[in-house]
Design a protein around this ligand. Structure first.
Ligand code: AHR
Length: 512
């Protein structure tokens, strides 16, 4: 008895010294963390589709199911990918879906003008994508061509994919192409980056174009119940969000997008692996801006939609560096280090904490492009540190978010500082609570005291992702250099949790 109280006194003394102090409001959960916050994005870009997801059904070297890599299918199932956006990105506004259906021998080729002018043979099209989504258990998010397409083309796509058999020539076409029943398409994007590659439009112009497309892709009362996502703002363009909220009737959309990449400098993005601590710090500054972006875009949305019936969909986010030396500059292939694990952990915590408004997020991009969760090289496949963070965090999917107050130490570099500890928590339907914590400090361990208000936990288990160096990554030679390990640095003392977070680490705790 006396032993325990000495231990407790010591721990409390330590806690008092520590400035990392979190209050977990364990009985105040209200909002659900939409599983689609853990969404992904796939574009006809570099080796995301060809070589990454799809190797073709004639491929005898790489095991595949209807052309989709089986190793990738298994990894994505384990990740619990809830939603996958396709076919772009900038590519989407050049894509004509009818070129990608029917007999492969008859499908026309095109040049992929956005991404290296390479030949796109359209062998991976609508049927292949939607069948693949069914296989991995993900909802489909189709990004429609608004920039260079027509309302007619988009309307036909809706009919081809989702309308009942016998209702139009498009559904006959679907059946003739070997699909006997409609697919489910969970989400429709109306253009991509309409302020840039999607047409260089003003917000006012796009709002009108949006309404035209949104009107014809279904009917006035949206009896098809389509979930329509308007092409959203870039970074801190709050004017874009304001105009869309003001000019598009609420009944004509379900979500607004938002794109934000963690880039040091668009003219000098820096290496994905050979970076200094200063470059790491700057990447994290850019990345953590997400907190302010979702707060302020949400505040604009609140003015027009105080009941939060419309979502913010962060449908492109992640780190962006120079391509790997010797690879095609237009293919955006980059390695993935513990820096990316930090980006993933912090951003997912931010999205979880804003789940009253943020209902979807799509990491850019799923394979071989930007902050990928999987990298492939012919028949080899590796999982990146970002994959492991998303897998550790998938326990939050569809759980009830538990609010927290976080007081954190600073991560200081020179004259600048950032919040060191980032956290979120949820309680799942089985009654298990999960807390995800990130220490972004490159050098210092952070001792965190979590005061639990409204619950009494008896059991604690944890997993950690960290490594010796921030610059460490998984390679085809050392695919398991960084993997999640059991975490023993947390304990329950009365109504407090004491957690020791090593430098640049991600920890997920499970409690009941
Ligand atoms: O993800 C790469 C590109 O970044 C996308 O095609 C575009 O939407 C964004 O600018």
């Amino acid at each position: 008895m006396r032993k325990i109280s000495i231990l407790m006194a010591l721990l409390f003394a330590q806690a008092a010294k520590s400035q990392n102090y979190i209050v977990l409001h364990a009985s105040k959960g209200k909002d659900t963390i939409n599983k689609n916050i853990y969404g992904h994005f796939s574009e006809h870009l570099g080796h995301c589709i060809y070589g990454g997801l799809y190797v073709g059904d004639k491929n005898k070297k790489i095991p595949n199911k209807d052309g989709v890599r089986i190793d990738v299918i298994n990894a994505l199932k384990k990740l619990k990918v809830p939603v996958l956006r396709w076919p772009g990105g900038c590519f989407a506004d050049t894509y004509h879906w009818k070129d990608g259906v029917g007999s492969k021998a008859q499908r026309p080729s095109m040049l992929n003008v956005w991404w290296g002018n390479v030949k796109e043979d359209n062998s991976f099209g609508t049927n292949e994508f939607l069948n693949m989504c069914e296989e991995i258990g993900a909802e489909a998010y189709l990004s429609g061509n608004v920039g260079s397409g027509t309302p007619h083309e988009l309307t036909d796509w809706v009919k081809y994919t989702t309308h009942p058999n016998g209702s139009s020539p498009m559904t006959d076409y679907r059946q003739a192409n070997g699909r006997s029943t409609p697919w489910k398409v969970g989400f429709w994007g109306l253009g991509n980056e309409a302020w840039g590659c999607g047409g260089n439009m003003t917000a006012e112009w796009y709002a009108n174009v949006y309404k035209q497309y949104a009107t014809f892709m279904t009917d006035w009362s949206n009896s098809d119940k389509l979930y329509r996502i308007a092409s959203g703002a870039s970074d801190d363009d709050y004017h874009w969000t304001e105009v869309l909220m003001r000019d598009i009737p609420l009944k004509m959309f379900d979500a607004l997008g938002l794109h934000h990449y963690s880039v040091i400098d668009w003219a000098k993005k820096g290496s994905a692996t050979a970076f200094t601590e200063k470059e790491y710090f700057t990447t994290m500054q850019r990345s953590l801006l997400m907190e302010e972006l979702v707060t302020r875009h949400s505040a604009v949305m609140d003015k027009y939609d105080p009941k939060k019936t419309k979502a913010l969909a962060v449908d492109e986010w992640g780190g962006w560096y120079e391509v790997e030396p010797g690879t095609n500059g237009a293919f955006l292939f980059q390695q993935n280090t513990m820096r990316d694990a930090m980006i993933a952990g912090c951003n997912l915590n931010i999205f979880n904490n804003h789940c009253d408004r943020v209902k979807m997020a799509n990491l850019a991009q799923i394979i071989n492009v930007l902050q990928a969760v999987i990298l492939t090289d012919e028949e080899k496949m590796i999982l990146t540190p970002t994959y492991h963070v998303m897998e550790m965090y998938n326990v939050h999917q569809d759980a009830t978010m538990l609010p927290m107050n976080v007081i954190s130490n600073d991560y200081v570099l020179g004259n600048e500082k950032l919040q060191a500890v980032w956290a979120s928590a949820s309680k799942n339907k089985g009654g298990l609570t999960h807390i995800s914590l990130v220490n972004i400090d490159a050098n210092k361990t952070q001792d965190v005291v979590i005061d639990v208000d409204g619950a009494a936990y008896k059991n604690i288990k944890g997993r950690i992702l960290t490594s010796k160096k921030l610059q460490d990554y998984n390679s085809f030679e050392k695919p398991e250099n960084i993997v999640p390990l059991a975490f023993n640095g947390a304990q329950i003392i009365g109504n407090k949790l004491m957690v020791k977070l090593p430098p640049f680490s991600v920890v997920v705790l499970a409690l009941n």
